[in-house]
Design a protein around this ligand. Structure first.
Ligand code: BEZ
Length: 395
């Protein structure tokens, strides 16, 4: 609170002085300084691979536009948040208070995001969320300085329920890591599935980041639902897919998921992943020049295939490039910066998207199936899906 007041007071003073011409040399000097970009991402643990893909995407988008932001060089600061919610505030404070970053890009895990949200709301630091789907970040706790380039947790699953019922799967078990991401993904699933005529026969869960699935898979076998729907991501998703097949459920009980289940894990999951149907705002096989160009450039630069996390990182970089260009590198010109970011049209590998009023992407949701280690697009499940933004008051 104190810090935010300080920032406002300072910028008000600058506006006053600048209009008299007194502070011009300082402003020019500030613009000559490097832009301080903080990355708060998981580089260890279940979501480590997601953090790396996001960073790759951010750097690639900026590099494609000359490697600068609004004409200014960049100084990078990095923190491994370990997907550990209890350290969220401390880690975000390191970037904001100690490193004095101009923008904090982070993070992946919804619980950690709540720590970042507190720190950036208090300090007024620009924040771009490149993954974490926590509803609150763009609903009740939304803020003018917080923009998300990924999704809300219920967006992908709002597209899933009807696809399952259309395939004749009317009785489902839901299984997830029990924390905000899984619980909010369930909200979207429950709403879309019951609306389409399906029944959720049981909700199962285990604490993040545990991966001892055996007892739960035994329970699913006994329940004999038509289908299973789930939220898992990263290393846990690969293990869940393998364990599901090893338990003899593959081919007997259809497996569906929020698309994170099959993102970045298809090599690790192997043939056990074939046939899994998911919904997501991206698909490897999108047959557009933009996606093909992105995939080729990413694979050439990083010697690995991009996934949805790389796309979200790339779009975070694109959003920052556009915002910084609009204010010619003066990220302290917050009003103009936020206006430019709010009205940005992001030409993404996923398809063009825009920001909702609460700063979350309005985007198409694709229905996909895994075939030969690729998420193949089957069609658009929901066009231009916006999150409700319920309770968001930009103030
Ligand atoms: C989350 O915690 O919000 C999350 C993590 C991985 C994939 C998707 C969402």
């Amino acid at each position: 609170m104190t810090t935010r007041r300080l920032v406002l007071t300072r910028s008000a003073a600058i506006v006053g002085a600048a209009s008299t011409g007194l502070l011009l040399p300082q402003i020019v000097r500030a613009q000559g300084n490097k832009v301080r970009v903080g990355l708060m991402l998981p580089y260890t643990g279940t979501y480590a691979q997601l953090g790396v893909a996001i960073e790759n995407g951010v750097r690639m988008a900026i590099q494609e536009k000359g490697g600068k932001l609004g004409g200014r060089e960049i100084e990078w600061f990095k923190v491994d948040d370990e997907s550990e919610p209890s350290k969220g505030v401390e880690n975000a404070s390191r970037l904001v208070q100690r490193d004095k970053v101009d923008v904090l890009i982070g993070t992946v895990h919804s619980g950690v995001q709540m720590g970042i949200q507190k720190v950036v709301r208090d300090s007024g630091t620009l924040c771009i969320i490149p993954n974490a789907g926590a509803h609150a970040a763009t609903r009740a706790l939304c803020a003018p300085n917080v923009f998300r380039t990924s999704f809300t947790n219920s967006q992908p699953t709002l597209a899933l329920g009807k696809a399952m019922v259309d395939r004749g799967h009317k009785k489902a078990v839901w299984i997830t890591h029990k924390y905000a991401a899984g619980d909010e993904a369930f909200e979207g699933f429950r709403d879309s599935y019951t609306k389409a005529g399906g029944t959720v026969v049981k909700e199962l869960g285990l604490p993040f980041p545990q991966v001892e699935f055996q007892a739960l898979l035994t329970e699913i076998a006994a329940l004999k639902p038509d289908a299973v729907a789930c939220f898992f991501a990263g290393g846990a998703a690969a293990k869940f897919i393998r364990d599901y097949a090893a338990a003899g459920l593959k081919g007997k009980i259809a497996l569906y998921g929020s698309g994170f289940l099959t993102e970045g894990v298809l090599d690790a999951a192997g043939p056990a992943a074939d046939g899994i149907i998911t919904t997501m705002h991206y698909s490897d096989s999108l047959d557009t020049p933009r996606n093909k160009q992105f995939r080729l450039a990413y694979a050439t630069t990083f010697r690995s295939q991009p996934d949805v996390y790389a796309v979200q990182g790339y779009d975070s970089g694109q959003l920052l490039v556009q915002g910084a260009a609009a204010v010619k590198g003066d990220l302290n010109n917050k009003q103009a910066l936020y206006k430019a970011m709010e009205s940005a049209v992001i030409d993404s590998p996923r398809g063009k998207w825009t920001m909702s009023k609460s700063h979350n992407p309005v985007q198409d949701m694709y229905l996909r199936v895994v075939e030969n280690k690729e998420n193949k697009v089957l069609g658009i499940a929901v066009k231009a899906l916006a999150d409700s933004g319920a309770g968001c008051k930009m103030g």
